[in-house]
Design a protein around this ligand. Structure first.
Ligand SMILES: *Cc1c(COP(=O)(O)O)cnc(C)c1O
Length: 391
């Protein structure tokens, strides 16, 4: 059981999930079969996209995406540093180098198209964008930039299943705008299969490559052979085992049914948080004027410089409230510092500023209004008590 009075995130699982998993176990077919196919078809329909491929996790999806768009050693890929490390790690797997791009500012923690443009070199091949907290990036500008410089776009949609971007051309779902969209079904995401991920694309050629590379580079699958469609196979590309299993696919089908209501509840809670916190002058609320369409994966706030984040997190923890930081920026991690060189000029002033001040408050569909009030009142008491030490 969860030790926190108000955990950072929580899953919504019911008898439907238990029934779906039990049914798979009774069927005796455990990996890459009818449920995986159904999950992929339903996910593709939900996004209004041609192809969807279920994989083991989003990190594998990002890796596969980079591989099939042709990234290789010596290439550069633009990506944010204010993201989960998997975004940048996936670029490294292909041999390419991540080039970190700054955010728009404290009001919008997404990648800045202007800074992306400034960091393009003759080696730049792709943009790996992240829709932070589920707020879509400025895709019109990024797509234009990609067109000008012949770059591929991979969308890391780990926070954004169902997010809608208001393009000048009309509404577009996150993940369907670039060449490939990648989704995560990890336990703390908006929909979960425990571990799991999905790649989506409208591009038939990329789809064919993904299908092969996901399963050892083989031309036929165990399921096809089981159905008697073929007796042997060839291996036509460097492949991986990035498959999803039937148990998780069955969970995914049920979780997809819950997604829209869950996202709507997250939005309600976000608006309630904003209402209660916006008057506190020691806080800045990013994405305050964000148009509808976010999936509200997390609720980030930025603390004014004089607030000691560690003391506030400790006070919240003592009240049974779990908080987190999204994110310690990737370019500051030891491995990346070594990789990029200690003297590498990051030129990420806005990322550094936001990362130093960011605090993530609890947000999940089952969070009650009472729990939310406990969080906001504990913060208010801390900030108005003057107990905190100025730094
Ligand atoms: C969770 C997450 C990932 C990785 O997803 P997994 O399914 O755990 O591999 C990648 N990018 C971002 C932004 C994430 O939040």
């Amino acid at each position: 059981m969860n030790p926190w009075k108000v955990p950072l995130a929580d899953v919504t699982l019911g008898p439907e999930e238990i029934a779906a998993v039990t049914e798979v176990l009774q069927s005796g077919w455990l990996s890459m079969g009818p449920r995986t196919q159904e999950f992929e078809e339903r996910f593709a329909t939900f996004l209004g996209i041609k192809h969807a491929f279920a994989v083991a996790n989003c990190t594998a999806a990002l890796h596969l995406a980079g591989e099939v768009v042709g990234l290789q050693t010596g290439d550069e890929v633009l990506c944010p540093a204010l993201t989960f490390v998997a975004t940048a790690n996936a670029i490294l797997y292909t041999g390419a180098q991540p080039v970190f791009v700054d955010i728009n500012g404290p009001h919008d923690l997404n990648i800045s198209p202007g800074d992306a443009a400034a960091k393009i070199t003759p080696r730049t091949r792709a943009l790996m964008v992240v829709h932070y907290a589920g707020y879509p990036c400025d895709m019109d500008s990024l797509v234009e930039l990609a067109k000008q410089h012949n770059l591929k776009i991979i969308e890391d949609c780990a926070h954004a299943p169902g997010a809608v971007y208001q393009s000048a051309a009309g509404p577009q779902k996150a993940g369907t705008i670039g060449n490939i969209g990648c989704f995560s079904f990890f336990s703390n995401k908006n929909m979960t299969t425990g571990e799991g991920g999905m790649l989506v694309t409208n591009d038939d050629e990329l789809a064919a490559k993904i299908k092969v590379a996901r399963s050892h580079g083989m031309t036929t699958l165990t399921w096809d052979r089981h159905k008697g469609h073929s007796f042997s196979y060839d291996v036509i590309a460097r492949g991986y085992n990035f498959r999803l299993d039937e148990i998780r696919a069955a969970l995914g089908i049920v979780q997809l049914e819950r997604l829209v209501a869950g996202n709507a509840r997250r939005r309600e809670l976000t608006l309630a948080y904003q209402e209660k916190l916006r008057e506190l002058e020691q806080l800045e609320l990013p994405f305050l004027r964000a148009p509808v369409g976010s999936t509200h994966h997390i609720f980030p706030v930025l603390l004014n410089k004089e607030i000691n984040r560690f003391e506030l997190m400790t006070a919240l923890a003592q009240a049974g409230i779990q908080t987190s930081i999204h994110y310690p920026p990737v370019h500051r991690f030891t491995h990346y510092r070594h990789l990029l060189g200690e003297n590498f000029d990051h030129r990420l002033p806005l990322t550094e500023d936001a990362a130093a001040r960011e605090l993530t408050l609890p947000l999940y569909p089952a969070l009650s209004s009472t729990q939310l009030e406990i969080v906001t009142e504990t913060i208010r008491n801390f900030l108005t008590s003057g107990r905190f030490h100025r730094i």
